[in-house]
Ligand binder design. Structure first.
Ligand code: TXA
Ligand code: MG
Length: 373
């Protein structure tokens, strides 16, 4: 299959002039027509690139699962351009759901809500009675979704198990020749997938942490007394898997993993001595790995000045800002693969704010392998 490739200027949405022929707008129209015709097209969102298909069509959604090699019991997020599309997907919303949409849409928050039966293909929801819905905050995504005029099922546009794509070149790397088109709208702003919450009446449960943080959710729901009844269950890192509780099916699969073996370095204490101990401990392990013939890599969040000796050292936040780290994380994981790194150590970062989501993705990338130093 030939994959069509469009380079599109993200500012086209704001500068769109109905009268003139704009190549970027023409590309979006063409991509939207492909989606309407049951084809699959990758497009940028503010989080990561998505692989979009008409959510109502079994055949189109099947193509998404096939291209990604995704297990069929892992449901997809349905993307919409406007709130008016919501009524066809879900029933009446609780005040809590309404509040979250008002506060965070368009944006990187996905709501899992009771589905209207038959609204989307059963393949999208993997047979669950709920549907995950998101209205993204990327001008090109909104243009495309609006032009397609249908609910668009879109998982991250990577091969299953690979890091999510934050640039069109990542999508090409994984899916060239397997999908109908790729809209290149430049690198994505957030870099991690949306926060997923299940909303059941006034009860909110975080199924996947993301850039909308627990504190922001709490603040949004506490802001107005009329929504004061909402209760939030946080997503707990390092928790034992509770198989009895309903959860996001996707969370049980290995994800985001580089090909090399990766360990997350956890630090006991946070005094000056412990930083020194961690630095020494990391360097010792890197040196030993190199002596075993491994090609070594290290991922740092440098609040401290590290000069590790390794084949590849990636500093995710030279400016000490975790949003920058989030943005660059998946590119970094892919880079370890490009450089054939076989042994990777990653420092851990603070679990405050978006740090919680970064640690969640790092732990997954490492298959929960941790080293305590
Ligand atoms: O930022 C994002 O969310 C990106 C962009 C493209 O929008 N999409 C994305 O999709 O990350 P995906 O398929 O890679 O992850 C969707 C997650 C999975 O963990 C899946 O199990 C969960 O959402 N999910 C989808 N429908 C669900 C449902 N009905 N109940 C519980 N979890 C659901
Ligand atoms: Mg994904």
């Amino acid at each position: 299959m030939l994959t069509q490739y469009w380079t599109v200027d993200p500012s086209v949405a704001v500068s769109a002039d109905a009268g003139s022929i704009n190549p970027s707008l023409a590309a979006i129209q063409e991509a939207a027509e492909m989606i309407r015709a049951g084809k699959v097209v990758a497009f940028p969102t503010e989080t990561v690139y998505g692989l979009g298909a008409d959510a109502r069509s079994d055949a189109a959604v099947e193509r998404v699962f096939a291209a990604k090699g995704r297990p069929s019991d892992n449901p997809l997020i349905v993307h919409i351009a406007s709130l008016s599309q919501l009524d066809e997907l879900v029933g009446p919303r609780s005040a809590t759901a309404q509040r979250l949409m008002e506060r965070f849409w368009p944006g990187p928050l996905t709501l899992v809500l009771p589905a209207r039966p038959g609204a989307v293909s059963k393949l999208v929801t993997a047979g669950l009675p709920t549907v995950a819905v998101r209205r993204p905050a990327h001008p090109l995504a909104l243009l495309l979704l609006g032009a397609a005029g249908c609910p668009v099922a879109a998982p991250s546009a990577n091969r299953s198990g690979r890091p999510s794509p934050t640039e069109a070149s990542h999508v090409k790397e994984d899916l060239d020749g397997c999908i109908d088109g790729i809209i290149d709208g430049g690198p994505t702003r957030v870099g991690l997938e949306s926060t997923v919450v299940e909303v059941n009446g006034e009860h909110v449960r975080v199924l996947r942490p993301g850039c909308v943080t627990l504190a922001q959710l709490e603040e949004a729901l506490a802001a107005d007394a009329s929504y004061g009844g909402a209760q939030i269950s946080p997503f707990v890192l390092h928790a034992e898997e509770d198989t009895s509780a309903p959860k996001s099916p996707g969370t049980k699969y290995g994800h985001y993993a580089p090909r090399g073996t990766m360990f997350i370095v956890m630090e006991h204490g946070n005094d000056t001595d412990s930083s020194q101990r961690v630095r020494n401990g990391i360097q010792t392990r890197l040196t030993e790995a190199a002596q075993r013939g491994e090609k070594t890599g290290v991922l740092v969040f440098t609040h401290r000045n590290t000069r590790y000796k390794a084949d590849l050292v990636i500093n995710l936040s030279p400016n000490n800002d975790l949003s920058t780290a989030a943005q660059g994380l998946y590119s970094a994981l892919r880079r370890f693969d490009t450089e054939n790194i076989t042994y990777i150590l990653a420092e851990s970062c603070s679990e405050e704010g978006i740090g919680h989501a970064i640690m969640n993705r790092l732990l997954k990338a490492a298959g929960n392998r941790m080293i305590y130093i």
